[in-house]
Ligand binder design. Structure first.
Ligand code: NDP
Ligand code: 2IT
Length: 448
């Protein structure tokens, strides 16, 4: 019965949203894992929650025109997907990357609904962005693009309606330019964006939150086996915001981080990346905006592997922290064969469905992104709370809150999986727990 319901809904989604492959993938993974909950609670089918939950409340698409440094007129496309507001204002990042399209943003906004529900805070699901590529652009070009983007977006967002933040290609610099233009257009200095700089409304630890949170989640998974990070070899993909703060926390907890990457290749440092080397990388990426291969030129004993991802390097723990579908079935087999028994996803949907099947069959600890990387949006929620009160909290206070929230997300996912007969499967646990909270709110709020 439930299987038929899920299959029928899935079929309609594929027909109504042609070529939105990442969106299909994300929805399929969630719907299939909900089967035990749908079987136990017929109200979700009676109220047609799956049909309602998979249709965004609103999608905004707009032209973004701007002038580059050579006075060429450039046309990009801007988006905001306002997917679900049952449990709070739409909340989710903005992604600037040439691969951005509607299907990718719908997958991200859909995932965000459940992730935000898991944080225990009042946040609905949204995502936005543009096919603009900040790479190789001057600061002035990025500023002009952000100003043009916000000149349309500002009318659709606000501290109680929709609160964007960063994602791939959108960091502190971009949030600054976006906030400046928002303020100029509205005259409001408010908490409409998160990820702001500290001295104008940002929260302590927001930059670190996704990476630190992912490590805290992984620590919770290891604890179920009576283990910790001391001496564990870890590989991380990406070298952006999430990857570098994941590395920082892992080093602090005694792990040995031996690999990082970017879209061109992977660096392998068998001796381990220590604090000094990591701070050199942070400067390389954030200030000089360089490439990860430069790390191999700078430090002896490090090798660079052009066009390669880090998954073939033997490790015990892997942290995919770059982008979607960056870890496929063969990568998963290689990881498991080489002794990896913990995968915690800093990125959104980095493992393909076939890769996840391999992890499940191998019985390793696998933390899906919507649970493991929820620390970023959780601290965004804390930034909203601080902004609403015009106060700011100390680093120690925010860190304690983040650790508690990640442990709560871990325990909720773990216990829900057990309750629904899927013990040890964090995918089922996270999806069911997030889903029930949102679905119940939708039922209580009526047909809107
Ligand atoms: P950044 O832009 O800071 O860094 C992205 C990193 O991933 C870069 O090293 C980039 O390499 C690499 N990358 C991006 N696209 C690709 C690609 N198509 N193929 C290979 N490598 C790629 O982004 P974040 O660190 O913020 O985001 C990384 C992931 O984490 C994303 O999946 C994002 O959705 C997710 N996430 C981010 C959160 C946040 O708070 N920022 C919160 C939760 C999840 P290059 O420089 O070569 O492009
Ligand atoms: O994917 C994500 O959770 C983010 N990019 C962070 C969103 C946010 O609103 O902080």
């Amino acid at each position: 019965m439930c299987k038929d319901y899920i299959n029928n809904v899935m079929q309609v989604i594929e027909q109504r949203n042609p070529r939105e492959y990442e969106f299909h993938q994300a929805v399929k993974e969630v719907l299939e894992s909900l089967e035990p909950a749908l079987a136990r609670h017929p109200r979700y089918q009676n109220f047609q929650i799956l049909e309602r939950l998979t249709e965004p409340e609103r999608v905004i698409m707009f032209r973004v025109v701007w002038m580059d440094d050579k006075n060429h007129r450039i046309v990009n496309r801007g988006y905001r997907v306002q997917f679900n507001s049952a449990i709070g204002p739409y909340k989710g990042g903005l992604r600037f990357h040439p691969s951005v399209n509607l299907g990718i943003l719908k997958f991200l906004a859909f995932e965000q609904i459940f992730k935000n529900a898991l944080t225990t805070l009042y946040m609905g699901g949204g995502k936005g962005g543009s096919d603009f590529d900040p790479k190789g652009k001057s600061d002035f070009e990025v500023m002009r693009f952000c100003q043009s983007f916000m000149t349309e977006l500002y009318r659709h967002i606000g501290p109680a309606s929709d609160v964007p933040a960063g994602d791939i290609g959108v960091g502190r610099r971009e949030i600054g330019y976006l906030f400046g233009q928002y303020k100029r257009l509205t005259s409001d200095f408010d908490g409409t964006l998160t990820g702001k700089s500290l001295n104008w409304g940002g929260s302590r630890l927001r930059p670190e939150a996704t990476g630190y949170g992912c490590v805290y989640f992984a620590k919770g998974m290891l604890k179920t086996r009576g283990e910790d990070f001391e001496g564990k070899k870890c590989v991380i993909s990406g070298s952006g915001n999430v990857a570098l703060f994941t590395a920082e926390k892992l080093i602090e907890l005694g792990a040995t981080v031996i690999a990082l990457s970017d879209s061109n290749g992977t660096v392998h440092d068998p001796a381990g990346i220590d604090r000094e080397k990591l701070s050199w990388i942070m400067d390389l990426k954030n200030v000089r905006r360089g490439r990860i291969r430069e790390y191999a030129d700078k430090f002896p004993g490090v090798t660079y592997h052009e066009g390669k991802r880090p998954w073939a390097i033997p490790s015990q723990c892997a942290f995919p922290s770059a982008t979607e579908n960056e870890l496929d079935e063969e990568d998963a087999r290689t990881l498991v064969k080489n002794g990896c028994y913990l995968v915690a996803e800093g990125a959104n949907m980095p493992s393909t469905p076939d890769a996840v099947t391999i992890f499940r069959k191998a019985g390793i600890l696998y933390g899906p992104g919507k649970a493991a990387n929820a620390g970023g949006v959780a601290v965004s929620g804390l930034e909203m709370a601080q902004n609403a009160q015009f106060i700011h909290w100390s680093r120690e206070y925010v860190d304690a809150k983040l650790q508690d929230l990640m442990q709560e997300i871990h325990d909720n996912s773990y216990n829900t999986a057990k309750e629904y007969g899927c013990g040890g499967d964090y995918v089922h646990g996270a999806n069911i727990a997030g889903f029930m909270k949102v679905a119940d709110a939708m039922i209580e709020q009526g047909l809107v």
